[in-house]
Write a protein that binds this ligand. Structure first.
Ligand code: PLP
Length: 278
């Protein structure tokens, strides 16, 4: 595996950061995960735009290297030479003696890793997955893709321990998103998903799938479904870089629709694949 740390490519096994990196001590940083299809990074402009937004939102000035991110990402993908690659890109506020307030004049730490992207188990995409609901205990700025992921970590772990794939996060009775994905619901002939705002990450895949749904003429309402409305959902699916479009067939013990991936989930899955695999 290949890594990039502050201007240098190296073997991932040799990549380190100092213990006083603020990413490590405060989670003071932002990140992106980008994958390739057929060797090319997918939606890289959208991911880098969101990275810039996340950085700006935490008052982190992008380093000079940011201008070369597209070229560096290409270079890392080339060096890793996997059929498909998962690119992790993280920027932290840098290394400084531990103190909560911003340090003066430190260079941000830029890290990238390039690992093999294992395709999602085709059986999951074909048959759908089980999910559980979990309280959304995250902070009030879930639109910032920050490296503070403890609430997401705990929710996903709970899901896996329950034999499920993902946790649907519930805040004030509304489904906000998943621990690692956005959530879409088909109900009364239309598509529903939580609106972009502080309660969710504006998913790159979410945006693309809504665009595909619009092209199909599906009515779309960007309004979170409530836990109660979920009971009468015809279909539920997840979207995300790592999950693509992934049908959900049970939520806790409740069966969604017929218990099989529904027609709209399958249609959007197919349209997504067409765009990804061009
Ligand atoms: N929501 C959360 C909390 C995430 O971590 C992710 C990341 O994959 C997503 C949604 C989906 O975003 P994207 O489609 O940009 O990968």
């Amino acid at each position: 595996d290949v890594a990039y740390v502050n201007g240098r490519f190296m073997d991932l096994a040799d990549a380190t950061v100092p213990v006083e990196d603020r990413g490590l001590q405060f989670g003071d940083g932002v990140y992106e995960v980008i994958r390739t299809y057929r060797g090319r990074p997918f939606q890289v402009e959208a991911h880098l735009a969101r990275l810039a937004q996340s950085a700006a939102a935490i008052g982190l000035a992008l380093p000079e290297a940011a201008r070369q991110f597209p070229a560096l990402i290409d270079e890392g993908i080339r060096r890793a030479a996997y059929p498909d690659c998962k690119v992790y890109l993280q920027i932290t506020r840098g290394v400084a003696p531990r103190d909560h307030a911003f340090p003066g004049r430190v260079a941000p730490t830029v890290i990238m890793t390039f690992r093999l992207m294992r395709p999602l188990d085709p059986a999951l995409a074909a048959n759908g997955v089980a999910v559980v609901m979990a309280d959304d205990i995250r902070w009030g700025r879930c639109d910032i893709k920050s490296v503070n992921l403890l609430a997401n970590v705990l929710a996903r772990q709970r899901a896996l321990e329950a034999g499920a794939f993902e946790a649907l996060l519930v805040r004030g009775g509304r489904i906000t998103e998943g621990a690692v994905s956005n959530v879409m619901v088909v109900r009364q002939g239309g598509l529903r998903t939580a609106p972009v705002g502080p309660e969710i990450l504006a998913g790159v895949t979410r945006h693309l799938v809504l665009e595909l749904a619009r092209k199909e003429g599906l009515p779309i309402k960007e309004e979170a479904v409530t836990r109660d409305e979920l009971r009468s959902a015809d279909e539920v699916f997840l979207t995300g870089t790592t999950v693509e479009v992934l049908p959900v067939v049970t939520v806790d013990a409740m069966v969604i629709g017929s218990g099989c991936p529904g027609p709209i989930s399958r249609l959007l899955q197919q349209r997504f694949q067409e765009v990804a695999l061009v």
